[in-house]
Design a protein around this ligand. Structure first.
Ligand SMILES: Nc1ncnc2c1ncn2[C@@H]1O[C@H](COP(=O)(O)OP(=O)(O)OP(=O)(O)O)[C@@H](O)[C@H]1O
Ligand SMILES: [Mg+2]
Length: 316
């Protein structure tokens, strides 16, 4: 942690299930795998489901999530329907020549962003940059749910576990997985919390190639070793990228703007995939008789049991 700073009193020593905000970090050190796309769609999906959602953009250089929300905000001005917006915080880059000063500045800004939202919101979605930085590591250690989008490519798998034609050089834990394992250790020490890590395949092709099947198998083999849950994510669809300039997603009532007011099959499938994505994350979703904090508590119990089970399975 940056000198002189501490998160105690924020994420500090409270029981993890007692704070209101369930923190979803979308991260992967590999660039361009769909972190911002997933952050955008998750944020809008949770808002549409009626949750109090905050978002934080840690990608101080690209600011994709921030740009999307700016576009959405400006669309909302003239919109015929209510356009839901999260409470958003975009982190600014430290501008000093000293790395330590920048880290201290960024830490303070991040701590401030977290303290603004941790009790007032039900979900916080954090989009992270692809670079390994101090802040990125810190954000990972605060995750309740960590979503790592990966594309169907061995290059993407290689940041989790070394991919090599020679068996003897295959399978070593690679840099990003190492970062997550360290974040988990840190989190356990800080507040006894747990990180539910979901590896989400993104940009799936409609026809499964042999390569895609092999990659799916490699990912499920790694799941118990690295302790993550594999999940099927979004297919590669134009609808997931074309609405960015107007700040909308497939979940918004885009049919209103279409000539015959009906969605194409692909647009309908996109809606279904986003709903399935939220389901596969197994988030603490409240019900009519289950308030948010109780849902958080149940989530914690379920996730702890899940990881305890795979750990004991591994020991056998
Ligand atoms: N499911 C999808 N269908 C179609 N296009 C997608 C999908 N997911 C991502 N893309 C496109 O892939 C590119 C990379 O996506 P995105 O910017 O979300 O990745 P990222 O991991 O946030 O990248 P970076 O590491 O640079 O922050 C973008 O052009 C985006 O529109
Ligand atoms: Mg991004």
């Amino acid at each position: 942690m940056a000198p002189g700073n501490s998160f105690s009193g924020q994420f500090g020593r409270d029981e993890p299930e007692l704070r209101s905000a369930h923190v979803i970090v979308v991260g992967n050190e590999k660039g361009g795998t769909g972190k911002s796309t997933v952050s955008i769609h998750l944020t809008v999906a949770l808002l549409k489901a009626g949750y109090r959602v905050a978002s934080i953009d840690l990608d101080t250089r690209q600011k994709t999530l921030t740009r999307f929300l700016e576009n959405r905000h400006s669309f909302a001005d003239g919109a015929q329907w209510p356009v839901e917006m999260p409470f958003h915080h975009a982190l600014e880059r430290g501008a000093s020549a000293s790395i330590q000063d920048n880290e201290t500045h960024e830490f303070a800004a991040f701590a401030e962003a977290i303290s603004q939202v941790e009790h007032a919101y039900e979900f916080v979605v954090i989009d992270t940059p692809a670079s390994d930085s101090y802040l990125m590591r810190l954000a990972h250690s605060l995750a309740d749910t960590l979503v790592s989008p990966v594309n169907e490519s061995y290059i993407d798998v290689d940041v989790f576990s070394r991919v090599h034609h020679d068996r003897s050089q295959r399978g070593a834990i690679a840099h990003y997985a190492d970062l997550v394992l360290e974040a988990r250790r840190r989190r356990r020490l800080v507040d006894g919390g747990i990180i539910d890590w979901v590896l989400l395949r993104n940009r799936l092709a409609s026809l499964k190639s042999n390569n895609a099947k092999q990659i799916e198998r490699s990912i499920s083999r790694l799941a118990s070793e690295l302790q993550f849950r594999p999940a099927e994510g979004l297919h590669d669809r134009v609808i997931f990228r074309e609405l960015f300039p107007i700040g909308l997603t497939a979940l918004d009532p885009i049919e209103e703007g279409l000539k015959n007011q009906t969605l194409s099959t692909s647009q309908k499938s996109a809606r279904r995939e986003i709903a399935e994505l939220v389901t596969s994350l197994q988030l603490p979703l409240r019900g009519s008789d289950v308030p948010h904090l109780q849902a958080r508590h149940l989530w914690f119990e379920r996730v702890s049991n899940y990881y305890r089970d795979i750990a004991s399975h591994d020991d056998d």
